[in-house]
Design a protein around this ligand. Sequence first.
Ligand SMILES: NC(=O)c1ccc[n+]([C@@H]2O[C@H](COP(=O)([O-])OP(=O)(O)OC[C@H]3O[C@@H](n4cnc5c(N)ncnc54)[C@H](O)[C@@H]3O)[C@@H](O)[C@H]2O)c1
Length: 451
Amino acid sequence: MNTPPTVPFTRRRLLSTAAAAGAGFLILPSGHRLGRAAPSGKLNILLIGVWGRGLAHYDSLSEENVVALCDVNEKRFPDALKRFPNATTYVDWRKALDHKGLDAVVICTADHCHAFIANWALKRNLHVYCEKPLAITVNEARTVRATWETKKGRLATQVGMQRHANPNFNRVRELVRDGAIGDLKAVYAWGNRKIPKPGYFPEEGAPPADFHYDLWLGPSPFHPYNPAYFSGNAGANCLSWNMFWDFGAGQIGDMGSHTMDLAWNAIDAGLPTSAEAKGDAYNSDVTPVQCESHFDFPANDWRGPITVSWYQGGAMPRGPKPYVDLEKIGHGAMFKGSKGFLVADFDSRALVPFGDDADLTYYKPRTAETALKPIGHFQKQWLDACRDPSKPTACDFGYSSQMIETMLLGLVAYRAGKKLKYDGKTGTSPDTPEANALMKKAYRDGWSIDG
Ligand SMILES: NC(=O)c1ccc[n+]([C@@H]2O[C@H](COP(=O)([O-])OP(=O)(O)OC[C@H]3O[C@@H](n4cnc5c(N)ncnc54)[C@H](O)[C@@H]3O)[C@@H](O)[C@H]2O)c1
């Protein structure tokens, strides 16, 4: 273990002081300023999950003080320590979160721990970047949001939907908001990834001595070890476990998070009032490959009520015209308005106005001055907000938790097998009480999300 380096100040100390946030910086007891005015103000960061997706964070984190590294696989430490030589190593994230002097945590573990770690970290007044998905049950998403509500404006949060920084996200939002398709009526997002599995892998061998399988399982019910859960390449190993109910949410937590983000960013959705879904026959081990879910959303201050739909694994919405083949867009979104359709993938978009006399005179494009500003580097947007939490992050836990809560509610409706009403205030279904048990899941003894 290495000794953590001495650092000038910590987030915890910061929060204990009166904040002059309105002035764009914060005053510390020592007189230091943390933020734009403090070029030396590096953050003390804990990275949990140092390999795989964790590697994608190394470059932006190397500009900060990475003081602690946590991974259940000790084999991953030597390489990580080459990059972050001053870090202390941990195998249990619960202990790592108590590392002294932390400001912020980056979570790159398997999905079934995300909401747990995020919630524990927020409760310890740490800024949090959590890889997508933020949660794997409706209840987890709501729990993290409830904690975040008590900290917002003081802690920076971001869910790892980094495609959000693509300029196309802004362009799609502008077209929808500015009426290029008239009044918004319906929204569709879809993804074509299919990773069918019959069930949990059967027991095979024993975990290597330096791999803490019990900690990998964490809060999830026990399933025997099989190396097939850990056989994927760096950054793609999640495709070896994320389809199992106890470890992920299938394509909803995988590409669905990125793809629904493209739609969610343009619709200011909030929470739905109903959900309905259908798909593959229910398998108690594995989330459905093919599935579609549909939600009703109430009007907001700029649009009327809308429907939002998610399609995966072969289920697809109908395209606006025979010549627009949605099947050619692996992961995409489509918006239907009173005057036409907008079809988009992550990088480009196409407008299909209704009727051959559609002249678009009702729509005034923005000027260069009024166009939405780029959000810049996605991870750095969060690091900047850690220094000055009055700055926004594109995918904070408010925005992201509502999106994943909605999609996870789709899995509840799929299991309930009927259209259900949803009360977003309580996170329950008023007309389908049997669905309420499906909003949450059982955890192993000794694990609590409220740590
Ligand atoms: N934003 C993106 O584009 C993107 C891309 C790939 C993966 N991801 C997300 O990143 C996460 C990790 O995916 P991956 O493919 O790297 O998975 P992985 O199975 O390779 O795990 C990544 C690392 O985390 C460690 N780890 C797992 N559980 C841990 C725990 N409880 N405590 C400490 N360390 C733990 C593993 O040992 C490994 O080193 C997933 O949630 C996935 O959805 C996001």
